[in-house]
Design a binder for this molecule. Structure first.
Ligand SMILES: Cc1cc2nc3c(=O)[nH]c(=O)nc-3n(C[C@H](O)[C@H](O)[C@H](O)COP(=O)(O)OP(=O)(O)OC[C@H]3O[C@@H](n4cnc5c(N)ncnc54)[C@H](O)[C@@H]3O)c2cc1C
Length: 480
């Protein structure tokens, strides 16, 4: 530890007490990872419990010139919460208080360490829920969801995190506390709340979030459809929406994934089908009846083999358990996985699924697909054993080709997991130099010293034009 870092640690220990400053090797190792395959180097970890404590930590780090990485539950899949070169990790995991529900305005302030699912559980008795539902919702935090602008199966109809965050309280890199947005919809001026959501911890530390709460639907129906070809299943996704029905959720699972999940969850998934669609429709009973009929009709036109409708809440929960534990089920196949989160326009689903099949077959790696098909948001999961360098290299190569194929089809790098480190160097595939510089300028407006989650999101060397000019030391008075 350098002298500066040592002095910062002393100050933080004084502020938080020895139990809330983690400095040992075990903790530093744990906090050097998240849910991705990215590994980093953690300096020290602070565990504040209030906004004032976060502000004090930030002021101390600012004065010491030390980098800061905010962290929620560490379930991120792009290395966003992984410190790369020491510095201070601020974990928000102990900030788990929920405020009063403002029933009249359907909203509630929560601290960032609150787990996603705990929000819906706490407000269900009021007939409300928090709509964005990442499959990791039992473990991921609201702060992390804000950081990544998280999505989830039900975001097809309800929208992703940014549509459900009315305001944020944030501590800026110098320790100043600001509130952006609020209960009033569409406040005048620049939408800085919108900048913070999805900023991946690069503009400040979010310390409270004002969540929009959504009424629970009066009726819900969940269906499992199975197909003998991936192309037929992909075509149904497009055709259902073209027929005017936006299901609450429209998820796809291929055979490899269905086999792994079935062995794990025993939900009665057909393991001989090429692809399964999990479709949920909701609304009034009449709307649900109509939407179900449309989905069944379209599916039959595309050769669906069976249509299983969940008969009760228990069966519905089992089908969702199968979907939401899918990533974990990959452990039955290989010890690790490399996952992408690219998006293609829904109309290109058939083509991209064929391309993924060809790429992974050519590279000789096993791919399991489970994804938010209705959004065109793919999750090709390449199962691998990282102790095998040859297999790891082939998995990386397949991943690279999949990303490029998605972009070539008019898609983009990430639908919900964010960019972090893992997708950072792909940014020039979708943004030109000027775009990247403009993004660097936005970041710099919040964090002039570049100490918030450095080396994330924007490729190394991307700089705000103004900084570049200052660094060249143009003589005073020169016109440029
Ligand atoms: C099994 C599994 C399933 C998943 N399914 C989904 C899914 O369906 N949809 C989806 O979107 N994601 C999914 N994810 C990815 C992950 O759960 C999400 O990205 C989630 O939003 C991360 O939350 P977290 O609390 O773990 O954040 P972390 O991983 O700790 O952090 C994520 C990012 O947010 C920043 N951050 C965290 N807290 C704050 C804060 N208070 N202020 C500022 N920045 C902050 C971090 O710096 C980092 O850049 C899944 C992951 C797993 C392991």
């Amino acid at each position: 530890m350098t002298t500066t870092a040592g002095a910062l640690a002393d100050q933080l220990r004084h502020l938080l007490g020895p139990d809330r400053l983690l400095e040992g090797d075990l903790a530093r190792n744990l906090y050097s990872h998240d849910g991705s395959i990215v590994g980093g180097d953690c300096g020290i970890v602070a565990l504040p419990e209030t906004t004032d404590e976060v502000a004090a930590c930030m002021r101390m780090a600012h004065e010491a010139g030390v980098d800061v990485v905010p962290r929620g539950s560490g379930t991120g899949l792009t290395g966003g919460a992984v410190p790369l070169e020491g510095g201070l990790v601020i974990s928000l995991a102990r900030m788990r208080a929920m405020g009063e529900v403002d029933v009249a305005n359907s909203c509630m302030w929560v601290q960032p360490g609150v787990l996603n699912l705990d929000v819906s559980t706490a407000i269900a008795h009021l007939g409300l829920h928090y709509a964005p539902d990442p499959s990791s919702q039992q473990a991921c935090s609201i702060g992390g969801n804000v950081g990544t602008n998280a999505g989830g199966p039900h975001c097809l109809a309800y929208g992703v995190t940014v549509q459900h965050v009315l305001g944020v309280e944030m501590v800026r890199p110098d320790g100043q506390v600001v509130v952006l947005g609020g209960v009033a919809p569409d406040p005048p001026g620049y939408d800085l709340r919108g900048v913070v959501v999805g900023a991946e911890g690069t503009v400040g530390v979010v310390t409270r979030v004002l969540l929009r709460l959504t009424p629970l639907p009066p009726d819900v129906r969940t269906m499992l459809l199975d197909f003998l070809s991936v192309s037929d299943a992909s075509a149904v996704v497009q055709a259902v929406i073209a027929a005017g029905v936006i299901p609450a959720a429209l998820e796809m699972m291929d055979r490899n994934m269905a086999m792994a999940v079935e062995e794990f969850v025993h939900a009665g998934l057909p393991t001989d089908a090429a692809a399964l669609l999990l479709v949920e429709v909701d609304g009034t009973p009449a709307e649900v009846e109509t939407a179900t009929a449309v989905v069944e009709h379209v599916a039959r036109e595309h050769g669906v083999r069976t249509v299983r409708v969940a008969q009760d809440e228990e069966e519905r929960a089992l089908l969702w358990k199968a979907r939401k534990t899918a990533f974990g089920a990959v452990a039955r196949v290989k010890p690790s996985y490399y996952l992408h989160d690219c998006v293609v326009p829904r109309t290109r689903l058939v083509e991209i699924m064929e391309a993924i099949g060809e790429i992974t077959e050519r590279e000789g790696v096993m791919c399991l697909n489970v994804f938010h098909a209705g959004d065109g948001n793919l999750h090709p999961i390449i199962a691998l054993d990282r102790s095998d360098p040859d297999e790891t290299a082939r998995a990386m190569s397949a991943g690279d080709q999949i990303v490029r194929a998605c972009v070539a089809m008019g898609g983009t790098l990430s639908g919900e997991h964010g960019i972090g480190v893992e997708k950072r160097d792909y940014m020039p595939l979708v943004f030109d130099h000027d775009d990247l510089e403009a993004q660097a300028c936005v970041r710099r407006a919040f964090d002039p010293d570049g100490r918030m989650n450095p080396d994330k999101v924007l490729p190394t060397g991307t700089r705000c034009g103004e900084v570049g000019l200052a660094d060249t030391q143009v003589p005073e008075g020169t016109w440029i």
